[in-house]
Ligand binder design. Structure first.
Ligand SMILES: Cc1ncc(C[n+]2csc(CCOP(=O)(O)OP(=O)(O)O)c2C)c(N)n1
Length: 448
């Protein structure tokens, strides 16, 4: 026996001849500790220092006092910010030092998104489109994160990330065409408004079931890792969606399989009418990241520079080390959840007004730009007029376009139209031709 022990001290190996009844565990050179048939040989557990748990499932020390961990005694994860509310850089070292044209694009995209939201929200109220979701208050999370990515990085979104698309060059016409479901819609008018997607801009099409994109994002990141192309995935989700089982699956798979994915949580305080106090009892979503073994940070989501810095660093970690990173961006959903919601039924006007007037990502960036001399009242006025005009033009154009032909709804169910769907298509055509006065065919492209 002692010869084996001697040998174990010198070399590191794992050997488990179960049939012989002797189990030899890997000799850990750092701790110089080993066991042979640990039931009978205990003489190696000598000093206090060496007496460490060897359970494969944890990395900790022994303690001899019973103490439960009280989560409320652990200090909350701090909120990182770079820009103060007055638009001043707080610490020079945290200034991303973006050139004025980049900052200008950030501001213009955030405000253009805001203008588009106003017009599409109103158009839904008038029954011109069926549904809409605004992005009010969260513009900084979209633009700050999108600006820090490589445009080839793959985006998986929830539904409140239109600014990411805008940053990448999705046009106002494309937004409008999707919301109207007209012939120019890339998605052929099949999904509800705001379910955008474009292969060209590496933005995976949105779908309604919450959190389903999360394990898919981990899988896509795994594929990118194997492709060794230096790219990563970013996956957006709300704090409400983080309660889904899919969020757990995604975090754990991404950590265990070393996937280069940035999980970006928009914690805006509400999931429809459910406030965060009814969503979770822990310290937000960030505290969960550590539990999954992920690098984690919490940022001020109303500070576009803090978001930018966090995503830029997260991207470097994800790509260089092939590991997931969790970012929790603290923000506030200023608008109603969607056009199907009236949020005054569950929160006060004062609460909303605070975030709209006192702590808003757009006004904060505007303050920064004014402080630095590249924006003023006159430019603001002109841009407001110009951007409104641009949005109205696209809106009017999208409204005049026809919807796709009814034939289209049978395509793309499968790669190739199978016989049974071809039969259904034929039945539909015969039916519609026979009863054409009952269908709004004038709004659609012709049936073939
Ligand atoms: C699996 C699933 N359950 C429920 C819903 C209904 N639903 C749509 S949005 C939403 C709230 C999501 O809140 P959060 O993730 O915090 O995002 P936010 O809307 O605040 O941006 C719910 C419950 C859904 N779409 N999918």
């Amino acid at each position: 026996m002692s010869a084996i022990r001697q040998a174990q001290r010198l070399i590191s190996f794992s050997f488990s001849p179960r049939s012989s009844g002797i189990r030899i565990y890997q000799c850990l050179s750092k701790r110089n500790f080993h066991r042979i048939n640990s039931v009978t040989c205990s003489e190696n557990v000598t000093s206090k220092f060496d007496d460490r748990p060897e359970f494969p499932g944890s990395k900790s020390e022994f303690v001899s006092k019973l103490e439960f961990i009280e989560p409320d005694n652990i200090k909350g994860i701090p909120v990182y910010r770079a820009l103060g509310r007055n638009g001043n850089i707080i610490e020079d070292s945290e200034d991303p030092k973006l050139d004025s044209s980049t900052v200008l694009k950030m501001y213009k995209d955030m405000t253009l998104l805001n203008t588009m939201d106003r017009i599409l929200y109103e158009s839904q109220r008038q029954g011109r489109i069926s549904f809409y979701m605004t992005n009010y208050g969260e513009e900084g999370t979209h633009i700050g994160s999108a600006a820090a990515l490589d445009p080839r990085d793959l985006v998986f979104g929830q539904y409140r990330e239109a600014g990411v698309l805008m940053w990448r060059g999705f046009t106002l016409d494309q937004f409008m065409d999707q919301c109207y479901g007209n012939v120019n819609d890339i998605g052929k008018g099949r999904q509800m408004p705001v379910h955008y997607g474009t292969k060209k801009l590496n933005f995976v099409t949105i779908s309604s079931p919450l959190a389903t994109q999360m394990p898919q994002a981990a899988g896509a990141a795994y594929a990118l890792k194997r492709a060794k192309n230096g790219l990563c995935v970013i996956c957006y989700f709300g704090e409400g969606a983080a309660s889904e089982g899919d969020a757990h699956a995604a975090f754990n798979f991404a950590a265990v399989l070393d996937c280069p994915v940035i999980f970006f949580c928009r914690n805006n305080g509400y999931a429809i009418s459910t406030p965060v106090k009814d969503q979770y009892r822990g310290d937000g979503i960030a505290s969960r990241g550590v539990g999954y073994g992920m690098m984690t940070v919490r940022v001020d989501g109303n500070d576009v520079f803090a978001v930018y810095n966090a995503v830029k660093s997260a991207r470097e970690i994800a790509v260089a080390q092939n590991r997931p990173v969790l970012i929790e961006a603290m923000t506030y959903r200023i608008g109603h959840h969607s056009t199907s919601d009236d949020s005054s039924a569950y929160r006060s006007v004062d609460e909303v007004s605070y975030w709209d007037k006192q702590d808003n990502p757009i006004s904060r960036l505007r303050n920064y730009m004014i402080n630095n001399g590249f924006w003023d009242e006159k430019m603001e006025k002109e841009w407001k007029l110009e951007s409104r005009k641009m949005v109205m033009r696209s809106f009017a154009d999208a409204e005049t376009r026809k919807r796709p032909s009814p034939d289209e709804m049978f395509e793309d169910v499968y790669d190739v139209l199978p016989k049974h769907l071809e039969n259904q298509l034929q039945e539909m055509k015969n039916h519609v031709k026979q009863y054409k006065e009952n269908y709004p065919l004038e709004h659609h492209e012709k049936l073939t």
